[in-house]
Design a protein around this ligand. Structure first.
Ligand code: MRU
Length: 365
C-alpha cells in the first residue's frame, strides 16, 4: 500500500540483503520513520515495544528476527537463544510462535554453513505468503461486502476495531483487505474507525491508512459502536484476530467482545478476517486458554498526541494516585461470530467449519 504516493510493505530487507527495515508504527500518523533492525535484540525490541504490531506482522518480524540471529551466529545455541528471546516478547498473537517454530524447524536440521541463506530466504517466503493470504482473503470478504451492497444499495457501513490493516500485516491487511478490494471495485463503502484506547491503533493507524487510500471513514470513540448499530448505521462489523481457536473463538484487541455483543443484539453481521497461521489448533476454549497480554498501566493513565501544528506530547489523564489495569486483548466466543474470512474461503466459526477449510491442520497432518 502507499504512504504519500510511495509504495511500502511493513517489513523488507535493505540493499545489503541483511539489514531488516520496518516502519516505526509508534510514530504514525504524525511522522514516517524507517528503522533498521540489525540483530536479534533489535528485532525482539521492535516486537515488544510495538514498533511493529499486529499478529501477521509479528509473525513475519519473528521470522526475520531468526534470520538476523543467524547473521550473528549460526550455532545451535544461538538458534535456541533466538527462539527463546523472540517468544518472550508478546504472549497473545499466535503468529509469533508460528513464525519462530517455522524457522527453527527449517534451520535446526541444516548444517551451520547453510543456515544464514536459508533463514533469509524463508523469512522472505513468510512475508510473501502473508501478502498472498491477505490478498486472497480480501477476495472472499469482497463477496460479502458486494452482497450487502446489492441487497441494501447505498454505501456499505463497516465498523472496525483496532488496526487489522496493511500496517498489521506485510501488506493488504486482514480486516482491511476486503475493504480495499471493495473500494477499488467501486463499491461505495464507509468505515467507522474505533479509537481503540489505550494505544489508539484505530485513530493512529487504521484512519491513517484508510485516508492514504482514499477510503471514506469516520473516527469514533470506542463506546459509540452500540449506539450506531441501534440506529441502523452499521451494516457489518469486520475485525482481525491475534489468535483464533480450533473451535472458532476469536481473541482480538480489548473491546472487540463488546462490539460482538452489540452486533449480536442488533442483528449486525460480525465477521473476523484472518490468515491460516492465526489459527491455534492446540487451543479450544479461548477464554480459558489464551494468554492475555497485560501491558504497562501507563498506557491507560497517559495519552500521546500531536500538539496543534507542533510536536507530539504525552499527558496524564487519571488522578496521580489512581491505579490502572491494562489487559490488551479479549476473547469473543464463536457463537457471536458470523463467519471467519480466510484465504481459503469463509468458514463457519466452529471446529467443523475450520476443519473443512484446513483438513491437514485440523487432523494434525
Ligand atoms: O496490540 P496490537 O496492536 O498488536 O493488536 C493488534 C490487533 O489486535 C489486531 O486486530 C490483530 O493483530 C489482527 S491484525 C491483522
Amino acid at each position: 500500500m502507499n504512504i504519500n504516493g510511495t509504495p511500502y510493505r511493513t517489513i523488507w530487507t535493505a540493499a545489503d540483503g541483511r539489514t531488516v527495515q520496518i516502519i516505526d508504527q509508534t510514530r504514525l500518523p504524525h511522522d514516517l520513520v524507517i528503522v533498521d533492525l540489525t540483530g536479534l535484540t533489535e528485532a525482539a525490541r521492535a516486537i515488544k515495544d510495538m514498533l511493529i504490531r499486529g499478529a501477521p506482522l509479528i509473525g513475519a518480524t519473528a521470522a526475520y528476527g531468526m534470520a538476523l540471529a543467524m547473521a550473528e551466529d549460526t550455532s545451535d545455541r544461538h538458534l535456541d537463544t533466538a527462539a527463546t528471546t523472540l517468544l518472550a516478547t508478546r504472549p497473545t498473537a499466535v503468529n509469533l510462535r508460528w513464525g519462530v517454530e517455522r524457522l527453527k524447524a527449517l534451520l535446526a536440521p541444516l548444517p551451520e554453513a547453510e543456515r544464514l541463506e536459508a533463514a533469509y530466504a524463508e523469512a522472505a517466503r513468510v512475508a510473501d505468503e502473508d501478502v498472498a493470504m491477505c490478498a486472497g482473503l480480501g477476495e472472499h470478504g469482497l463477496k460479502l461486502i458486494r452482497a450487502i451492497h446489492q441487497r441494501k444499495g447505498g454505501p456499505v457501513n463497516i465498523l472496525t476495531h483496532c488496526n487489522a490493516g496493511w500496517l498489521a500485516t506485510v501488506d493488504w491487511g486482514t480486516a482491511t483487505a476486503p475493504i480495499y478490494k471493495a473500494f477499488d471495485a467501486g463499491i461505495p463503502i464507509h468505515v467507522w474507525v474505533d479509537e481503540t484506547r489505550p494505544r489508539n491503533q484505530g485513530f493512529n493507524l487504521t484512519a491513517f491508512e484508510l485516508g492514504q487510500h482514499g477510503v471514506p471513514h469516520t473516527c469514533i470513540v470506542d463506546n459509540a459502536g452500540g449506539h450506531l448499530m441501534q440506529h441502523g448505521q452499521v451494516d457489518m462489523v469486520l475485525v482481525g484476530t491475534d489468535r483464533t481457536t480450533a473451535r472458532g473463538d476469536v481473541c482480538n484487541k480489548i473491546g472487540t467482545y463488546l462490539k460482538a455483543l452489540a452486533a449480536h443484539d442488533n442483528g449486525v453481521p460480525f465477521y473476523v478476517a484472518l490468515p491460516g497461521p492465526t489459527i491455534d489448533w492446540t487451543v479450544d476454549d479461548g477464554v480459558a486458554e489464551i494468554p492475555i497480554e497485560e501491558r504497562d498501566p501507563a498506557e491507560v493513565t497517559h495519552i500521546t498526541g500531536a500538539l496543534a501544528e507542533g510536536p507530539t506530547a504525552t499527558v496524564r489523564l487519571t488522578p496521580a494516585m489512581s491505579p490502572a489495569a491494562n489487559p490488551a486483548f479479549d476473547v469473543t466466543p464463536a457463537r457471536l461470530v458470523s463467519g471467519l474470512i480466510t484465504e481459503r474461503g469463509v468458514a463457519e466459526a466452529s471446529r467443523a467449519g475450520l476443519a473443512a477449510l484446513y483438513p491437514e491442520a485440523a487432523h494434525g497432518e
